[in-house]
Design a protein around this ligand. Sequence first.
Ligand code: NAP
Length: 114
Amino acid sequence: MLTHRPREPLTLGDTTFRFMTAAADEALATARSLAGDADVRIGGGPTTARQFLGARLVDRIHTVAVPVVLGRGTSLWEGLEGLERSYDIEAASTPSGATHVIWTRRTSEERQRP
Ligand SMILES: NC(=O)c1ccc[n+]([C@@H]2O[C@H](COP(=O)([O-])OP(=O)(O)OC[C@H]3O[C@@H](n4cnc5c(N)ncnc54)[C@H](OP(=O)(O)O)[C@@H]3O)[C@@H](O)[C@H]2O)c1
């Protein structure tokens, strides 16, 4: 858990939450060391996710757009213009109008292809 108010770890059931103030790369290194061979998932609001996206640390992104107009909010994409050029993108919509978009980062070789 990224927070500016670090505290002692909290265990709930099988999960231990650790609290830290850190840059995205440092937080990811910590999560990786704790995860072993498992994948590391980044959850959260846009302020958190955008730091990892901006540092180009994310291999796979799953966004879901739902047809609900809030009229305000914090942008996930601000400052990330052109991010899509580094990803292959697949999308699927449900009858309710929710659209799932899966972004998979291209390898450096793939990125050089026209
Ligand atoms: N759609 C979704 O999947 C989803 C998921 C989560 C939230 N949300 C929505 O997102 C909105 C909140 O957005 P948000 O961008 O403010 O939330 P956020 O990214 O979840 O949280 C921001 C907070 O995380 C902490 N933080 C982030 N980066 C940090 C860092 N590098 N070091 C230390 N602390 C760090 C700070 O908390 P402190 O300074 O308070 O410690 C900061 O105020 C809400 O409306 C919520 O409903 C949506």
